[in-house]
Design a protein around this ligand. Sequence first.
Ligand SMILES: Nc1ncnc2c1ncn2[C@@H]1O[C@H](COP(=O)(O)OS(=O)(=O)O)[C@@H](OP(=O)(O)O)[C@H]1O
Ligand SMILES: [Mg+2]
Length: 347
Amino acid sequence: MSYDKELTAARKAASLAASLCQKVQKALLQSDVQWKSDRTPVTVADYGSQAIVSFVLERELSDEPLSLVAEEDTGDLCKDSGKDTLQRITKLVNETIANDGSYGACTLSPEDVLRAIDSGRSEGGSFGRHWVLDPIDGTKGFVRGDQYAVALALLHNGKAVLGVLACPNLPLASIAGNAPSEYAVGCLFYAQVGSGTFMQSLDGSSPVKVHVSDIGNSEDASFFEPFEKAHSMQELTSAIARKLGVKAPPVRIDSQAKYGALSRGDGEMYFRFPRKGYREKIWDHAAGCIVVTEAGGVVIDAAGRPLDFSKGEHLDSDTGIIATNRKLMPSILKAVRESLEEKPSSC
Ligand SMILES: Nc1ncnc2c1ncn2[C@@H]1O[C@H](COP(=O)(O)OS(=O)(=O)O)[C@@H](OP(=O)(O)O)[C@H]1O
Ligand SMILES: [Mg+2]
C-alpha cells in the first residue's frame, strides 16, 4: 500500500510548522514561554506548530476524517489569562499560511486556531489511521536556542507507516564527534514503509537517500543520548558504553534530531533510559522510529521488543529505548541486560 499522498501532505505540514518555529525561536519573548502542570515548558510555537499541522493535514487530505494524537491542548489558552497568547499564536499561524501562499486568502480566527489545536485530542489505538504529532519535540532545547524537531508520523493499524522529522537547527553535514559545524542547518528527514529514508534541506534541496552507519565494532561506535539529564540515566548509559568499550564521549542533543542524525550515520547508537515511573509518549518516538528503521536500523526497548504504538498515547515500555544498526544490536542488548542487573534498584 502506498502512502505517497499522505507523505506529501506530512512533509508540507512539518516544513510550514518548522518555519513558524524558526521565526519564534529567532526572537523568543519571555511571554512566549509558559509552564504546564507537569512542569515542562510550552511556547506559542508549540501551539502554532500544532495548529499549522492540523490545518495542512485537514486541507490536503480532506477526503478522510483527521484523527490526530498530539501533545498540546487548549486548556490554558481558553482561560482569560491565555487571551493575549492566543492572539499571538493566531497572528503567527496566519503569517505562516500567507507566506506559503498556497491557501489563497485563507485567514484563521482565534476560534479556528483553538479548534485546529484541539483536533489533536484523538486517543489513537490499534485500528485505522491515526496521525501522531509532537509539534515541538525538545521544547527545552528550543527555549535554550538549541536543537528541536517537529515530529509527525502516521499509524495504520497500530504500525508507523510514515514519518517526518523537521530539524531546523541540525546541520546538513554530519555532526559526528560533536564537532561544531560551519555548514548550513535545517534538515527534513522522511520515510515511508518499504521505501527507505530520505533527507533534504528544509529550504527544499533535492532529497538524498540516507542509511545508518555500518560500523559493527562497538569500540569504534559513538552514542547519542538526551541533552537533559532528567530524561535519561547518564550513569547507566555510561556503564553500558564502558561495557561496550566505546571510546567516544556521548553526543547529547535534544529531541528526535537524535533519530535523524542516527539515520544518516552520524553516530551508531541512541540510548534512552528514563527514570523509573516515567511513561514514554508515542509522539516522542513514532516518527523517529520509522526514520531509523527505513534507513536500515533497529529501534527496540531494553527487553528487546519492537516499540508498540498501538496502545494509545503511551508506549507500554518502561525499560528504556535503544536505536542502532543490526550489527551492533546483539552486543548492545547484552551490555544493557548486564548493566541493568548491576544497577542499584533505587534508579
Ligand atoms: N522525565 C522525563 N524522562 C524522559 N523523557 C522526558 C521526561 N520529561 C519529558 N520528557 C520527554 O522528552 C522529550 C524531549 O526529548 P529528549 O529527552 O530526547 O530531549 S532532551 O535532550 O532531553 O531535551 C520531551 O518532549 P517535549 O515535551 O516535546 O519537549 C518530553 O516528551
Ligand atoms: Mg513537544
